[in-house]
Design a protein around this ligand. Structure first.
Ligand code: HEM
Length: 247
């Protein structure tokens, strides 16, 4: 492996100075330099890489899938977001630019279809909630799927309406606990920015280049909206669509 310190005259390099290093290079360097407070070995590296693949692929893929399904069920939103994407990409020579409505569409998709709907937490101290004693050490599952559809906090919660986020200024960082598709606190998803880019960019391309329709005889209202039980709450049925090139 390249010795970055030799190139920098023994000085520790900053993040932007490592050039072509990928994630595995960084881990191997950290292991060899033995400078971390908690030394890492090959097993730790394998575990983190496994985590990156499991946490980082299905989540984004399922969000793209759910977004397309919701757009097919809501032609008004499909027309509006495609008009925005096509205009923005034409103005910017095919580059993704600031597509505000597409961001709202993704936000609303993540409200109704959070890929990780149950967040596990350990209860450190004993608490009583609504008369129920939660002993210290219990594992508590926080059901964000239910919270993000709770009529106490959301108007018409079952309705897919991206415009609700024009007035509800909710970030992805869990600043308001009624909306936390990336979790909250010290275990919040470290891949939030990457995950959003991995959803927004392919969606912009798909929406720009194709018009999307359901196969003949399939009605949008008949699409099965049931989630898988598993690591990621993807849609249980595969989505079959007819793509017609736009230009
Ligand atoms: C739409 C995309 C994604 C969504 C909705 C999502 C959502 C989540 C959620 C809800 C958690 C649990 C947070 C908590 O317990 O508070 C989580 C954890 C995690 N995510 Fe993501 N994620 C996405 C993409 C990614 C990507 C792209 C990566 C990495 C490349 C990633 C890496 C991780 C890791 C490593 C954890 C575990 C963090 C820990 O336990 O400390 N995620 N994610």
């Amino acid at each position: 492996m390249k010795d970055n310190r030799a190139e920098s005259g023994g000085r520790r390099l900053g993040n932007s100075e490592f050039g072509s290093e990928d994630l595995v290079d960084v881990f191997l360097r950290a292991k060899e330099e033995e400078q971390l407070q908690f030394p890492i070995d090959d097993n730790n590296i394998k575990a983190v890489l496994f985590d990156m693949f499991t946490a980082g692929t299905d989540t984004s893929a399922s969000t793209i899938d759910w977004t397309l399904v919701e757009l097919l069920r809501h032609p008004r939103v499909m027309a509006k977001v495609q008009a925005e994407v096509r205009q923005a990409m034409k103005e910017n020579n095919g580059e993704n630019s600031n597509m505000k409505y597409l961001k709202l569409v993704i936000k609303e998709t993540l409200r109704l279809h959070p890929p990780a709907p149950m967040l596990p937490r350990a209860c450190i101290d004993e608490h009583v909630i609504d008369g129920y004693t939660i002993p210290a050490g219990s594992m508590v599952m926080v059901n964000i799927w239910a919270m993000q559809r709770d009529p106490m906090y959301w108007k018409d919660p079952e309705r897919f309406e991206p415009e609700r986020f024009e007035t509800e200024d909710l970030s992805f960082l869990g600043s308001d606990l009624k909306y936390m598709p990336f979790g909250v606190g010290r275990r919040i998803c470290p891949g939030t920015t990457f995950g959003l880019a991995a959803v927004e960019s392919p969606l912009a391309q798909l929406l720009y280049h194709f018009d999307w329709n359901l196969p003949e005889g399939v009605r949008a209202e008949d699409l099965d909206m049931i989630e898988n039980i598993g690591n990621t709450a993807s849609r249980i049925q595969n989505l079959f669509v007819v793509a017609t090139p736009y230009e």
